[in-house]
Design a protein around this ligand. Sequence first.
Ligand code: SAH
Length: 232
Amino acid sequence: MTFRATILTLYPEMFPGHLGHSLAGKAMERGQWSLETVQIRDFAEDKHRSVDDTPAGGGAGMVLKPDVLACAIDSVADDTRPRLLMSPRGRPLTQERVRELGLGDGVVVVCGRFEGVDQRVIEARGLEEVSIGDYILSGGEPAALTLLDAVVRILPGVMGNAASGTHESFETGLLEHPHYTRPQEFEGRAIPPVLTSGNHAAIEKWRQAQALALTKERRPDLLVPKAQPVTK
Ligand code: SAH
């Protein structure tokens, strides 16, 4: 089954961007996933082909018009793929949601611009708002590329070494242990001796302890039992 991504955007030329290279690019060439873009502006009907208008109630910036965006969404064949809207107000993306999305047929992703999107089209088309972090980007395109990067790399057969992936940060609930490779000594710093001992049980124990210590220090929030997810 091919994972299909359909991106609704005012900047289709930003895609596939970095996803056309490296592992994701090769996987796309092999047909393991596909990406198509829909230019939202193609659905604007007035003579200036305007896609945005001033905010009701006043204030700075412009808002993406609901009628134009709805037509663009409706042009995507009705299927079972989740419809996402990249949005700083959305639920923060997690590795768990990435894994769920990777099990499905694909995604339809709307990229916002300007001040955002008219609330009524979010409701009327059942868009799931997804945030990639607590900061503001100038548009949804880099957020969509980030989401797709995370999903595509876990699709079956995309990563060269299937084992790398399962030990990764967040997959285990912890941050990952530190990594080392040759040379044996670098600027006076040696590789921790346990890693070159050949004792696999000791290595595994050391890695676990490192992962736990690192998580306690940097991300104690990951060790706290999760609050109930917000349900819409
Ligand atoms: N006025 C909005 C921000 C608009 S930023 C607010 O304060 O909430 C313009 C567009 O960039 C958004 O519509 C969204 O599609 C995208 N965007 C910005 N930051 C994002 C983030 N952290 N995660 C996902 N998308 C984001």
